[in-house]
Design a protein around this ligand. Sequence first.
Ligand code: SAH
Length: 250
Amino acid sequence: MSGRVIIAGLGPGADNLVTPEVSAALAQATDVVGYIPYVARVSPRPGLTLHPSDNRVELDRARHALEMAHAGRTVVVVSSGDPGVFAMASAVFEAVEAGPPEWRALDIRVLPGITAMLAAAARAGAPLGHDFCAINLSDNLKPWALIERRLRLAAEADFAMAFYNPRSKSRPEGFARTLTVLKEACGDTRPVIFARAVSTPQEEIRVVLLPDTTPEMADMRTVVIVGSSTTRLIARSGAPIVYTPRSVPA
Ligand code: SAH
């Protein structure tokens, strides 16, 4: 019996942003594994077992998926957005690397999804049209000193930046510190986009200049995009357009 593990991205929230490839994989699955709110986005049907689990147990969840696949099941591991961006694909491969040799023989595939940063950028205009970086601001899986170092170096390199997991209730001070570091390091009034719950009924997009940002503008459902020094704001009657030109003069 040879099972499969498909690691799939469900996109930022809206059904029409789930790729046809991911929908087809879900239609064939015998089991769906993932964080509770993501598994809740999969419609139940006869023959499909849903295995929702808490956020803190990524590696256990990955091993569970691999065990079920080894037993012949067709397992879809779901993440929001893209599964390779701060999500389950790496957790599954960590489990494979540390696990029994037979897991390496399994058919394992990663199906991409639309990551939050790209969905948010599209709403605002084209803030990521020139060079950019993405940083996960959660210090659950790395030391805060490393986050702060990367922030300073990204500001020095004049990247536009996208921040995932900006601010949780358990550590609100991290994002306050991020804004302080950026205000010091950037030294100008670049636009900042706070994009909350993009493509869901709770969507809110807010564009603020860096000096006017405050920590409570972000929560865990927000992705934050900070422009580079060349990022432009086009004012108009509705929401402004934010874009970064394709070129930087020599
Ligand atoms: N794999 C996901 C990211 C997981 S980390 C992806 O590719 O999008 C979780 C973080 O993603 C959240 O804290 C938030 O910063 C961001 N995020 C996920 N969905 C979002 C949405 N619909 N709108 C805004 N941000 C979102």
